[in-house]
Ligand binder design. Structure first.
Ligand code: ATP
Length: 117
């Protein structure tokens, strides 16, 4: 089985528009819904292969890596092996539909650190 890792990073100071860019609004979708739609669209058009999709969702806040899909996943370590770079112990949820991905991400949003303004 071949694996492909796709990672989207949003980087910037507080209120610079990371969340807006990733999620979009009523008028225009952001990077996450567009990427999810594309990925499932390609899968549907590819009849001769099977796909397994897993989603992780994390934040790096004040240099600390937190798993947004698992409240117990705090201060995780970034490591490297022959396959590449990975976050040790991060939850990877198998997803079956675009709605499934977007509901996971929405739940993860609620776990984010709230910046002190
Ligand atoms: N391109 C844009 N068009 C319209 N409104 C925007 C745009 N980018 C950001 N905003 C608005 O600016 C505010 C701050 O943006 P956002 O919450 O995306 O920042 P952030 O970088 O995620 O902040 P934080 O680091 O605090 O989470 C929000 O009210 C958002 O709706």
């Amino acid at each position: 089985m071949q694996g492909i890792n796709g990672t989207i990073f949003a980087y910037g100071v507080t209120s610079s528009g990371k969340t807006h860019t990733m999620h979009g609004d009523q008028r225009s979708p952001g990077i996450i819904p567009l990427a999810v739609k594309d990925a499932f669209g390609i899968i549907q058009e590819t009849l001769n292969r099977e796909f397994l999709l897993r989603v992780s969702y994390l934040e790096i806040y004040n240099e600390v890596v937190n798993d947004l899909l698992n409240p117990a996943g705090k201060n995780l370590r970034i490591r490297e092996d022959l396959q590449g770079t990975f976050v040790e112990g991060i939850k990877e949820e198998v997803v079956l539909s675009p709605t499934h991905v977007l509901s996971l991400i929405a739940a993860g949003e609620d776990s984010r650190e709230q910046p002190l303004l």
